[in-house]
Design a binder for this molecule. Structure first.
Ligand SMILES: C[S@@+](CC[C@H](N)C(=O)[O-])C[C@H]1O[C@@H](n2cnc3c(N)ncnc32)[C@H](O)[C@@H]1O
Length: 221
């Protein structure tokens, strides 16, 4: 387990320069997102806000929540004052929530940065209206590694070894050598979604010779 949950505080500037305004994976899979105009959408672990900005630009009313003050500073500095940003740990009961249900929730490339999957999914289920959607992207849990980076799991362990890990051998140019990653087996992920009352509706794997990213959309029962 890492020392602090706000691991990105010290890398926010680096992350901003690295990821910049690149299109979120979720936005690159148009079939994944239901119609956005007028929808109330929570962007879970929004970071520097690129997914939040995409949602707001598409007509959604957006609340972005993240634990890192430095990442939220980058998000606010990017403008788009119609987005509400909140600093909070998304694995805890959402004390920041005004009780008005969200129509949808996104989580772009962040669940492998969140230590408590059950807690995060409980928040998603709590704030979504019945029938609300949850669209997410992660480093593919079956990612066996390629020339660009290590696998989803520790290199000296196997697929069964779940939990947070970091390695100096991670891709030098990427986020993981800096903040590490939490590996969970595909079955752990899917079972956790089911247990939270989030039924998988659609899966996507962007074209790749090895499975690098996994995306899905669920519905809250
Ligand atoms: C790789 S960044 C992704 C940020 C953004 N979604 C994007 O696509 O650029 C992962 C984010 O998860 C946030 N995070 C990790 N654990 C969290 C928690 N328990 N509660 C809220 N945010 C968390 C980090 O602070 C970081 O901003």
């Amino acid at each position: 387990m890492a020392q602090t949950l706000a691991r990105y505080d010290q890398f926010a500037h680096w992350y901003e320069n690295w990821i910049g305004g690149t299109t979120p994976l979720i936005a690159s899979c148009p079939d994944l997102l239901p119609p956005l105009p007028g929808a109330r959408v929570l962007d879970l672990a929004c970071g520097q806000g690129r997914m939040s900005r995409y949602l707001a630009s598409s007509g959604a009313q957006v609340t972005g929540v993240d634990i890192s003050a430095a990442m939220l500073g980058k998000a606010r500095a990017a403008g788009q004052e119609n987005i509400t940003y909140v600093r909070a740990d998304v694995t805890k009961a959402p004390a920041w929530w005004d009780g008005r249900p969200f129509d949808g929730c996104t989580c772009e490339l962040a669940l492998m940065d969140i230590d408590d999957l059950t807690g995060a999914l409980a928040t998603v289920a709590a704030v979504l209206r019945p029938g609300g959607w949850f669209a997410a992207s992660i480093v593919h849990p079956c990612f066996p590694g390629n020339e660009k980076g290590l696998s989803s799991w520790p290199p000296d362990e196997g697929y069964d070894h779940e939990g947070w890990w970091i390695s100096p051998d991670h891709n030098r140019d990427g986020a993981r050598i800096r903040v590490g990653a939490t590996h969970r087996k595909l079955s752990t992920l899917l079972n956790a979604l089911l247990a939270a009352g989030l039924a998988t509706e659609c899966l996507a794997e962007p074209p790749a010779t090895v499975p690098t990213f996994l995306l899905w959309r669920c519905r809250r029962s």
